[in-house]
Design a protein around this ligand. Sequence first.
Ligand SMILES: Nc1nc2c(ncn2[C@@H]2O[C@H](COP(=O)(O)OP(=O)(O)OP(=O)(O)O)[C@@H](O)[C@H]2O)c(=O)[nH]1
Ligand SMILES: [Mg+2]
Length: 196
Amino acid sequence: MGAVKIGVAGPVGSGKTSLIELLTDELKSSYSIAIVTNDIYTKEDADYLKAHLDIHNDRILGVETGGCPHTAIRDDISMNMRACEELQEKFNPQIIFVESGGDNLSATFSYELVDFYLYVVDVAQGGDIPRKRGAGLIMCDLLIVNKTDLARFVDVDLDQMLRDVEAARRGKPFIFASKKEPKTIEKIAEWIRSAI
Ligand SMILES: Nc1nc2c(ncn2[C@@H]2O[C@H](COP(=O)(O)OP(=O)(O)OP(=O)(O)O)[C@@H](O)[C@H]2O)c(=O)[nH]1
Ligand SMILES: [Mg+2]
């Protein structure tokens, strides 16, 4: 059986790579994991994960999309499909994380490429981000509101943000998270375990 493919999208710097790192650490004892990263011009994220994760380096594949990040995960998914197929053939993983390049609020994944996807925003990008109602934030399978540890430094009211997120998600799931609070990462891992 093929791997469950989990997309991770969101604006530049919202914490996608860090989240994949932490989730892989959390899940790797129960699941065989591989990772595809997208950057426009480099393989920066793949190199970071190879340096920091204790899984075989060949399980992490960097795709240089050369263009708009959302194109590679929604409109022309061929490069990412090839990367997933290569990892599938080599390692027969149970989970493949596919990190999109950082993009604007309208990025969504094609369900031809992934089985479900997380969308990551961070509180330092502005507490009003859920009110802006980007497609990724509204439509994703799990919304992560990340870097909650930074809220107090950027004058973001997390209670207001919670109300805005509830309104934007209309019953769909979301988790407020921070890499500094391991329990929040465990909660995301738990959501993934129950989704696959
Ligand atoms: N304080 C804090 N910093 C975080 C958190 N998560 C990630 N960061 C930091 O935010 C920066 C960007 O994180 P990345 O994981 O590289 O973000 P990304 O979304 O993968 O970035 P791109 O791939 O370039 O779009 C790094 O310096 C991380 O250490 C968090 O929960 N709290
Ligand atoms: Mg990244």
